[in-house]
Design a binder for this molecule. Structure first.
Ligand code: ATR
Length: 282
């Protein structure tokens, strides 16, 4: 008998350099199995010098992939090589999700979506605030600043050890985004309803700094995008001081969902089984 699932098997990838630590194959493998879909999602370790060739084989159909995820250090190059990057990628200058559509390579960035979906699920109502503080101005904080701005939060204060990097992000993301050095942290935290850590502070071999979260608004939410360990020093201190905390694992899980839908045609659900599966792998 003709098996329609066999003929429609689709293949997606995650590429990075290195890529062996990526947990994305576990996430997409779980969804493929749970939904009974024929297909695969595999790691493709591609060095920077081989990345353009990888993308051209993807575009020509020669690779057999219909798309995939892109991680460090390829996100900027993926954006540049895509035929149809969306507006989110354009503003960030980086893409983490690729798919073929009518022979064109389309690209988006789902990190911001993942960040918001995680907060929406774990701390509904968090977005009633008019003020957010984002600690750190590296690659990871960009998509978060964009997403929080697009959700409508009035003021976003980026606080970074190197002021110039925070200033670059303020210039990129417009008048709602303000740049500060670390010394301003307590001052700009006054009345903020959201505090986001995007740095490795307290996890880089140095002792964790003492954070005073008391200037935050009552009921403020503190979140960290780092999820190893699940409870970072910043989350532990925020919880001890009575604030609601949201760990970063949900961001990883939620950012995967839009790509899965593009490649395999079904929107997957982020559930407790999936979270436990990843936790068991940590
Ligand atoms: P990622 O892409 O994961 O965000 P990154 O680009 O290396 O990584 O950025 C790391 C962020 O953590 C930066 O904001 C960095 O501050 P600088 O821009 O001043 O380098 C911040 N960071 C890392 N270690 C830190 C420390 N010990 N104290 C303060 N900030 C730190």
């Amino acid at each position: 008998m003709h098996d329609s699932r066999e003929t429609s098997a689709r293949h997606a990838f995650v590429t990075g350099y290195p890529v062996k630590h990526s947990r994305s194959p576990l996430i997409h493998g779980y969804w493929l199995e749970a939904l009974g879909l024929a297909g695969s999602y595999t790691r493709q370790e591609i060095s920077p010098e081989n990345f353009a060739g990888f993308i051209s084989r993807l575009k020509s159909g020669e690779s057999g992939f219909i798309g995939g995820n892109v991680t460090i250090p390829h996100k900027e190059t993926a954006f540049r090589l895509a035929d149809r990057p969306d507006a989110l990628s354009e503003e960030l200058g980086a893409s983490n999700t690729l798919w073929l559509e009518d022979g064109a390579l389309c690209a988006t960035n789902t990190d911001g979506y993942g960040f918001l979906a995680n907060l929406d699920a774990a701390a509904p109502g968090w977005d009633k605030t008019d003020r957010a503080v984002v600690l750190g101005a590296g690659g990871a904080s960009r998509a978060i600043i964009q997403a929080v701005r697009d959700r409508g939060v009035g003021e976003i204060h980026v606080v970074n050890r190197t002021l110039g990097r925070a200033q670059e992000l303020a210039d990129r993301f417009g008048p709602k985004v303000h740049a500060h050095g670390l010394a301003a942290l307590a001052e700009v935290s006054k009345g903020a309803g959201l505090f986001v850590n995007t740095t490795s502070l307290g996890m880089d071999g140095e002792p964790a700094p003492d954070f005073d979260f008391s200037p935050l608004a009552a009921g403020a939410v503190v979140t960290d995008i780092v999820y190893v360990p699940l409870v970072t020093p910043i989350l532990r201190q925020a919880a001890e001081q009575g604030f609601a905390t949201v760990d970063g694992l949900g961001m990883l899980l939620h950012q995967a969902a839009p790509g899965f839908e593009k490649w395999f045609g079904t929107r997957p659900v982020v559930d407790a089984h999936l979270r436990n599966l990843i936790l068991a792998d940590m």
